[in-house]
Design a protein around this ligand. Structure first.
Ligand code: ADP
Ligand code: MG
Length: 314
């Protein structure tokens, strides 16, 4: 099968299945054409995944299709952007029809789920490598960035942390327990926080998605913003599965492990008081931004802020 037949068979149908009004010209020409609505900024990012580096050798192609697009979409979530389209540069060692069918299936499910339309790409031969460029839009000047955190802002994370990192210990487990299955699903099928990111655009002072672990990624916010932070480790949101599997080590996973694709956001306390409960209930307060550079782990980081978090059972 040649390059053009491969594109026609596996990728053109995917581009036909999921469409967008903003894609004036899709896959098939020298370039795609995307319309940018008046009053919007174009937000875009590219991510490369190499076999054996970013995903295990012989990893399920369906899962790879989903994960690759989820990881790229998570960057749009972190900017508060609305997803529009993506391009795929695919390097394959050989044409394996079973692999391509599975990969296109996982990619199609993710494309549908995230509202990202396949608008083109490139196909080459070589070691298995995927590069995905994603495009989104955001209202002019309202994109979330890493650089807006200010001393006194509160720090929040979405969902639970550490699950995907713990899953790495169970990838080869032939009979996973329900707790293992839970963290494995978090690793194989990340769900980027697109709606939450959009809801926080224009509200949060800074935002990043947690791909490399909370400490590393919050560290990027602190560097970009020229601030420091205190985190209360006892407040980190942990799943029951992670607690059951890792006991006292769970907090270490939540601080250091990557691949969760949750959001870490900061905002002034006034903003926190004003946002609707539907957003608040997705966030857990974990600390405060401070002037002194560096990250401190401090059990009183929140009680000293004088603000109470969202009561998830209230
Ligand atoms: P060109 O040589 O003009 O760059 P190509 O022959 O590489 O064009 O690609 C033909 C068309 O197929 C283009 O519209 C391109 O965007 C699309 N395409 C190529 N590879 C892929 C892929 N892996 N996924 C999606 N679209 C692809
Ligand atoms: Mg061309």
């Amino acid at each position: 099968m040649g390059e053009f037949e491969l594109i026609r068979r596996y990728f053109s149908p995917l581009a036909e299945r999921h469409k967008s009004d903003l894609i004036v010209l899709g896959l098939g020409d020298d370039c795609a054409i995307q319309r940018i609505p008046a009053g919007c900024d174009l937000v875009f990012s590219i991510d490369t995944m190499v076999e054996g580096v970013h995903f295990p050798k012989d990893y399920s192609p369906e899962r790879l299709g989903w994960r690759a697009l989820a990881a790229a979409a998570s960057d749009l979530a972190a900017m508060g952007a609305t997803p529009v389209c993506f391009t795929l540069a695919l390097t394959l060692p050989a044409v394996n029809e079973r692999w391509l069918t599975g990969f296109a299936q996982g990619l199609s499910e993710a494309s549908q789920s995230f509202g990202l339309v396949l608008a083109g790409g490139d196909t080459t031969r070589g070691p298995l490598t995927l590069s995905l460029q994603v495009h989104g839009t955001v209202r002019e000047d309202s994109a979330l960035t890493r650089s807006g955190a200010r001393a006194g802002d509160l720090i929040f994370v979405s969902g639970t942390l550490g699950d995907a990192g713990a899953a790495l210990d169970y990838l080869a487990e032939p009979h996973p327990t329900p707790d293992m299955a839970f963290v494995l699903d978090r690793y194989h099928k990340p769900r980027p926080r697109l709606e939450l990111g959009r809801a926080l655009a224009g509200i949060a002072s800074s935002c990043i998605d947690i791909s490399d672990g909370l400490q590393a990624d919050l560290g990027h916010i602190l560097t970009a913003s020229g601030t420091g932070a205190s985190i209360d480790p006892s407040k980190l949101p942990l799943s029951t599965a992670l607690r059951n599997l890792k006991g006292s080590e769970a907090v270490g996973y939540a601080l250091g492990a990557g691949d969760d694709y949750e959001l870490c956001v900061t905002m002034p306390r006034e903003s926190w008081r004003e946002i609707p409960d539907s957003i608040r209930c997705q966030l857990t307060m974990i600390g405060t931004i401070e002037e002194t550079p560096g990250m401190r782990l401090d059990d009183s980081a929140i009680s000293s802020s004088g603000v109470s978090g969202f009561d998830h059972f209230g």
